[in-house]
Design a binder for this molecule. Structure first.
Ligand code: HEC
Length: 146
């Protein structure tokens, strides 16, 4: 069970790294993607600790958790402007027609990051399922998966 969760989290992080092939040029789209890159990077730090790829480091784990809480709280302000049509964007237009639901999913990520106990490798591992689930829940609905 635990291993399955870790594996699921690792797959989600790996999938997040497969960025768009076309570079975005619209400043709003770039801002959306920069925030997501920040979220991906910090999820990766926790995933690597949980998976034993990097040694447990309390400061690094606490920093990643804090960064995830902060970044997820910025989703609303950062995504507010859809920006121009940009072939480099993987954001579905439904974000802006289902804005309240999108914000609910951003809130779920914030809650999962807040609930993450970074006291040990085991507790991080236990929290990765919830964290990865929040990414997947939003990406499935609002991100074009290429
Ligand atoms: C509330 C919705 C939402 C949540 C929650 C969310 N994402 Fe995203 N994510 C998006 C959208 C939308 C895009 C596409 C942005 C674009 O290309 O314009 C995206 C794109 C990305 C990208 C690609 C960025 C790039 O380089 O273009 C990464 C990496 C990523 N997300 C990681 C994560 C991880 C890891 C989590 C969970 C810890 C997460 N996201 C949670 C909506 C979300």
């Amino acid at each position: 069970m635990k291993f399955t969760k870790l594996l699921a989290a690792a797959v989600i992080v790996a999938a997040g790294v497969a960025y768009a092939e076309v570079e975005a040029t619209d400043p709003n789209v770039i801002a959306h993607q920069d925030l997501m890159k920040m979220i991906g990077k910090n999820t990766g730090i926790l995933g690597d600790i949980a998976g034993g790829k990097t040694a447990y480091d309390a400061a690094a784990a606490e920093g990643a958790k804090a960064a995830l809480i902060e970044a997820s709280a910025k989703i609303e302000a950062t995504f507010k402007e859809q920006g121009a049509a940009d072939p480099g964007s993987e954001a579905k237009p439904e974000i802006w027609t289902s804005w309240d639901d999108f914000l609910k999913k951003a809130g779920a990520l914030n809650a999962a990051a807040t609930a993450m106990d970074v006291a040990s490798v085991e507790t991080i591992g236990a929290g990765m399922g919830g964290l990865g689930g929040a990414c997947k829940d939003c990406h499935t609905t609002y991100r074009v998966m290429k």
